[in-house]
Design a protein. Structure first.
Length: 318
């Protein structure tokens, strides 16, 4: 039995425990939120160090990525250094592999036709694999990094322009207090529904981190598609009530919710049995293929007639 703990700067209201089997190995997966308390997160990492097989670093990224460059977030360094025995990952290894493959999967199986669709990706720096896959899909991509992370109401209307802007400001941004860039603790429940409403309304698809999406999601989301990661049953009900037509989560459902990429990367790391420094991107890709991973796809509105697609095994609407 392997034990995985995700220590998150997010709300403790989202804490969860699940037991599952992957590649004939049993896993106990636990998520512990610290409500934005950095010192508590460090204390928990030190307490469980050596007692679990891998840590996930939740609610904060260790790095942001801009093309081939990566920039380390200052506030994440103390979390990274806290455990001395147990390895800790932030999900970036899977964001570059799994999330890229999810977009390609959806496109290849014609579950979503991205061609000329308007896609609002709330943060390309946080979802670099997804951003590149969306850009190649032929969609009209808008990166919301300046809006959602920095509060600057300027949509970045191409990946090329995102790279140019991000490389200019990233060295300064990663040294800002993380709470200025991303909602932690109780701030995850604060809503500003009207702030970027026009960009939600203009988009066919909203993609990326769900806390960013939720914070500014307007009441009317009729017919919209959301591609994200961590969602609870309450999140799903809210999206359904607002009219979201299709939800895709890039991580699987475990005991009623989808865990973050940091959790899944920690699971994969422990399953591989390698030192973190020896793990390659190809290791994650091979493991994804071995377990025949597929994204979770939920058709939210029951008005349309649903049937099972024999090719993909997923529900489809007609």
């Amino acid at each position: 039995m392997k034990k995985i703990i995700s220590i998150s700067l997010g709300s403790s209201d989202r804490d969860h425990l699940a037991e599952t089997e992957i590649l004939n190995e049993r896993f106990i997966i636990r998520r512990i939120g610290t409500d934005g308390d950095m010192q508590k997160a460090i204390d928990l990492l030190e307490f469980y160090d050596g007692k679990v097989d891998a840590f996930g670093m939740g609610g904060i990224d260790l790095y942001i990525y801009v093309g081939q460059k990566c920039y380390q977030i200052r506030d994440a360094k103390a979390l990274k250094k806290a455990p001395k025995v147990t390895p800790i990952v932030d999900g970036s290894g899977l964001k570059n592999t799994l999330e890229r493959k999810v977009i390609e999967y959806l496109d290849r199986h014609q579950i979503i036709d991205f061609k000329n669709k308007k896609v609002l990706l709330v943060s390309a720096a946080d979802r670099f694999g997804m951003a590149e896959a969306l850009d190649r899909s032929g969609c009209q991509l808008v990166c919301g990094d300046l809006m959602f992370a920095l509060g600057i109401p300027y949509p970045i209307k191409s990946l090329k322009l995102f790279y140019r802007i991000a490389n200019l400001i990233a060295p300064a941004v990663v040294n800002l207090p993380f709470q200025m860039l991303y909602p932690t603790g109780a701030k995850q429940d604060i809503r500003e529904e009207s702030k970027y409403k026009e960009y939600y309304m203009d988009a066919d698809i909203i993609a990326g981190d769900y806390h960013y999406i939720k914070k500014h999601m307007p009441k009317d989301m009729d017919g919209k598609i959301i591609i994200t990661n961590t969602t609870t049953q309450q999140d799903i009900m809210e999206m359904k009530e607002k009219g979201v037509s299709l939800l895709v989560t890039t991580t699987p459902e475990l005991s009623g919710r989808s865990f973050g990429t940091n959790v899944l990367e920690a699971v994969f790391l422990s399953a591989l049995g390698k030192e973190l420094c020896d793990v390659k991107e190809s290791d994650y890709i091979n493991l994804l293929e071995k377990i025949q991973f597929k994204p979770r796809i939920l058709y939210m509105q029951k008005k349309a007639k649903m049937s099972l697609c024999s090719e993909t095994g997923f529900l489809k609407m007609s």
